[in-house]
Design a protein. Structure first.
Length: 157
């Protein structure tokens, strides 16, 4: 018999896929799934787990203008959410990864504030040396509440 702590049991329960997990692809961005082999959105247990998005144009290129990149990244995030029937207001947690974080932070916050309104999600901004898309300055990853499937109720509730 294997010994495990309650934390281990919870982690195993959370990370094991269930038959009701959905892996969603944004039709407009389907080529990225084929190129990089990932799901844009995973719907599971009342949550939407959104893969990171960068600010590319329809050809996969990034603008040299930071504000344009940031707007395109939020547009991609909006498409990910919409594919699952959600909106920005359902975002509960957001992590942003920035090349030259301090240099572009004011421009990023101005764009973010046009898309993410109160009540604000939990947010972490992390500076990195580079991202997977050449020339990208930002990647946004998010977790949202699934408006179509509430989380399961625990027997203790």
């Amino acid at each position: 018999m294997t010994s495990c702590t309650p934390a281990t049991l919870v982690l195993a329960t959370v990370t094991e896929p269930t038959p009701t997990d959905d892996h969603l692809i944004v039709p407009e961005l389907a080529r990225f799934e084929a190129d990089w082999r990932f799901s844009h959105v995973v719907r599971t247990r009342g949550l939407l787990l959104l893969s990171g998005v960068t600010g590319t144009d329809e050809h996969g290129h990034v603008s040299g203008d930071p504000t344009t990149q940031f707007e395109q990244a939020f547009e991609h995030l909006r498409l990910h959410l919409a594919t699952a029937g959600a909106e920005f207001r359902e975002v509960a947690e957001m992590t942003t990864y920035h090349v030259d974080l301090r240099r572009h932070l004011d421009a990023f916050i101005a764009v973010k504030d046009r898309h993410i309104l109160q009540p604000y999600p939990a947010w972490s901004a992390i500076g990195v040396s580079e991202l997977i898309t050449p020339g990208a300055l930002l990647e946004i990853r998010a977790v949202a509440l699934d408006p179509q499937r509430p989380p399961p109720v625990s027997p203790a509730d």
